[in-house]
Design a protein around this ligand. Structure first.
Ligand SMILES: Cc1cc2nc3c(=O)[nH]c(=O)nc-3n(C[C@H](O)[C@H](O)[C@H](O)COP(=O)(O)O)c2cc1C
Length: 259
């Protein structure tokens, strides 16, 4: 088994730089609101964000961090209304063996935590825009970490760990059947630094609910099925996925084609 925590810490650094850029931008906006600087910064920010989006085709490359795969650019128009998706959403626990396409995977990850604004804001709200959530996907090929800025997946652990995950999640069959299980973790320090230990757990639990609901609705809109899973052994999920020490697993979402 190969592990790759360096990719995660590098990713977090990228994220922090973006937050710093974002905060700088917001200060400028207040100071010189009616000058042309905000407009200029907006244009520069927009161009920076656009250049970080992945191309349409999936590209795999090897770098010092291991295998990094570019995801197709997410679509911002779908075939189903929000009202229809809300009406049709039901927890689905039985899946066919059909794997998800890279486009579907990209779309689901984008719904969870994708960048939707040149200033770095995401598809789900976050207290103070501190973004404590991290996303992993568990598939036959291995465990991957999502980088929303680069729209890439980094291989963290090679090999099929779906059975191991199933065993530490009360042997829930949906995890065994699903071609992909999305795993939400949180790095509490990111939020606690600003909001303290009393409010942080509450904020993070709210945030993971926002992000998970986005995924569930996106799955419906793609014709896929999903179920949110909260019943699992935290420590053993942490160990099976070889998560970094500061990550706490919060939610699992097996996703696949309904059977
Ligand atoms: C916080 C939370 C934890 C849940 N955990 C599980 C779980 O461990 N296994 C499971 O099969 N369903 C789980 N569910 C799904 C619920 O069983 C499901 O939402 C409920 O039966 C209502 O059905 P619906 O989702 O089709 O509306 C969970 C739902 C929530 C909100």
């Amino acid at each position: 088994m190969e592990t790759n925590h360096q990719a995660i810490s590098l990713k977090s650094d990228t994220g922090n730089q973006s937050f710093r850029r974002m905060e700088k931008y917001q200060v400028h906006q207040l100071d010189v609101r009616y000058c042309f600087f905000p407009l200029l910064l907006g244009i520069v920010g927009y161009l920076t964000a656009c250049s970080s989006f992945a191309p349409d085709e999936q590209i795999s490359m090897e770098n010092s961090m291991g295998k990094v795969t570019s995801l197709p650019q997410p679509q911002i128009e779908g075939l189903m209304s929000l009202e229809e998706a809300l009406t049709l959403r039901r927890s689905v626990r039985e899946f066919s063996s059909e794997v998800l396409s890279s486009g579907e995977i990209s779309q689901l990850l984008w719904a969870a935590q994708g960048i939707t604004d040149p200033r770095g804001y995401r598809s789900a709200p976050s207290a103070g825009a501190l973004y404590p959530l991290e996303l992993f996907v568990v598939m036959a090929e291995g465990v991957f970490n999502y980088d929303p800025y680069a729209n890439t997946l980094s291989l963290i652990v090679e090999g099929d760990l779906r059975r191991d995950l199933y065993l530490v999640a009360l042997s829930q069959d949906s995890i065994l059947q699903a071609p992909l299980t999305m795993v939400f973790t949180a790095v509490y320090d990111r939020t606690e630094a600003r909001y303290g230990p009393a409010r942080t757990p509450r904020y993070i639990q709210m945030e993971v609910g926002h992000a998970a609901q986005n995924v569930l609705l996106q799955a419906v809109s793609l014709g896929l099925g999903a179920v949110p899973i909260g019943a699992f052994e935290d420590d053993r999920v942490h160990a099976v996925l070889d998560l970094p020490p500061d990550h706490e697993p919060l939610y699992l979402i097996p996703i696949g084609h309904p059977r």
